[in-house]
Design a protein around this ligand. Structure first.
Ligand SMILES: Cc1cc2nc3c(=O)[nH]c(=O)nc-3n(C[C@H](O)[C@H](O)[C@H](O)COP(=O)(O)OP(=O)(O)OC[C@H]3O[C@@H](n4cnc5c(N)ncnc54)[C@H](O)[C@@H]3O)c2cc1C
Length: 372
């Protein structure tokens, strides 16, 4: 099937209305960098690439309104040019769009202190699965009455509707960012050091740990403040580790912890769990031959394994967490749901919400198992 490319929200609305009438399944695509995520499916692709461009950017008001097909890299360059940033630290590849990033709920290492996509998404214009355009939220933080629908769209993976425009809160970019590194800590000691650092008055904005014994702590802000906090942190952590200051090279280490990209080529899982269980998780998955990387002070663990079994998911669930199957051969993706299952009550509620937006199941492609 040829890819459909709407030029504006009205075009998009018509495509959805036609799909409702014709019983067609639609899959929304930004850059398509996550096309291999979830079960294989037969669908009509709708590319949002042509819905691109900045609608409004007011640096003084810290607000950016943009169309979904705009490249993430262009959005980041734009705000960086004004000394600002998207605080949830999104990441992706060269094709990634801002719409795909928001729909996939992508947040980087800073999430642990700055919040997630949904905390920074102020407003959306959406074409629902009913073929209706609705606007929710606005361009200021306190502009929401009724249900806060932008929060629902963040991380919805194209299952509720197509985002045709979105407004994000931006924040000033720190003048200076420093990384302090502890070498040689095992996972449990690293978790304790990260927890102590994140809870301290040194105002650590991100904490990550790589299996080869590299623990990263990030301090950002004005130069004198960064220097003062870098000076007190070794004393705060004196019972846990010794720290050294790292330069530019640490950007690659952060990237590794944030994306788990060193695990590429293996069956890759992403675990979200209480940080205090992260070390036990790494101990158990290592017995299966897995490699891993920890971010968010232990709250997110990327796991790479050659085995196509579901052992990783079982272990994560046993520790009270959730496991997402991120990258796997097509056979495994057909067999194993990408998303963790929810408790029956939560699943029923999520399905009721989904059906309110998409009663004809236009966006229910089977990609995520069950009706979705
Ligand atoms: C589990 C996971 C693993 C990742 N792994 C990698 C990785 O290995 N390397 C890397 O570079 N990046 C990775 N990413 C980041 C990914 O590249 C980003 O999510 C990226 O910014 C997505 O942008 P895209 O435009 O390519 O999205 P797409 O892949 O096109 O879409 C992502 C999702 O959003 C939906 N969507 C897209 N546009 C819209 C819209 N306008 N309205 C509603 N829904 C929409 C799609 O239907 C799809 O479900 C990963 C993300 C996740 C969640």
């Amino acid at each position: 099937m040829a890819i459909l490319e709407p030029r504006d929200a009205q075009d998009l609305r018509q495509i959805v209305a036609d799909a409702v009438a014709g019983g067609t399944k639609l899959e929304l695509r930004g850059g398509g960098s996550r096309a291999d995520f979830g079960a294989p499916r037969e669908v009509q692709i709708v590319s949002l690439a042509a819905l691109s461009g900045i609608v409004d950017y007011d640096p003084a008001e810290l607000v950016l309104t943009v169309r979904p097909g705009t490249l993430l890299s262009n959005v980041l360059a734009l705000v960086e040019g004004e000394g600002q940033m998207l605080a949830f630290e999104p990441w992706g590849d060269a094709a990634s769009t801002i719409g795909g990033t928001v729909a996939a709920g992508i947040a980087g290492s800073r999430r642990v202190t700055a919040g997630s996509v949904r905390d920074h998404l102020l407003g959306v214009t959406v074409v629902s699965g009913r073929g209706e355009i609705f606007v929710a939220g606005g361009k200021v933080v306190k502009n929401v009455t009724g249900y806060d629908l932008p929060k629902l769209m963040a991380g919805s993976w194209g299952r509720l509707g197509a985002i045709a425009e979105l407004t994000l809160k931006v924040l000033p970019r720190p003048r200076v960012t420093a990384t302090l590194i502890a070498d040689g800590l095992p996972a449990e000691a690293a978790y304790r050091a990260m927890a102590r650092a994140l809870g301290s008055h040194a105002d650590v904005s991100a904490a990550a740990h790589l299996r080869r014994g590299v623990t990263l702590l990030r301090i950002a802000g004005f130069a004198p403040s960064v220097e003062a906090r870098c000076a007190v942190l070794p004393d705060i952590l004196k019972d846990h580790c010794t720290l050294r200051r790292d330069g530019e090279a640490s950007a690659l280490l952060w990237r590794e912890a944030m994306t788990g990209e060193a695990l590429k080529g293996r069956v890759k899982w992403r675990a979200h769990l209480l940080p205090r269980h992260a070390a036990e998780l790494t101990r158990r998955v290592e017995t299966l031959g897995a490699d891993w990387a920890m971010d968010w002070g232990g709250g997110r663990v990327w796991i790479g394994l050659d085995d196509e079994s579901e052992d990783i998911r079982r272990i994560v669930l046993d520790l009270g967490g959730e496991a997402t199957l991120v990258d796997a051969p097509v056979g495994m993706r057909s067999r194993v749901p990408a998303m963790h299952g929810s408790a029956p009550g939560v699943s029923a509620l999520a399905d009721r919400v989904r059906r309110a937006f998409d009663p004809a199941d236009v966006f229910a492609t089977g990609r995520f198992g069950g009706a979705a």
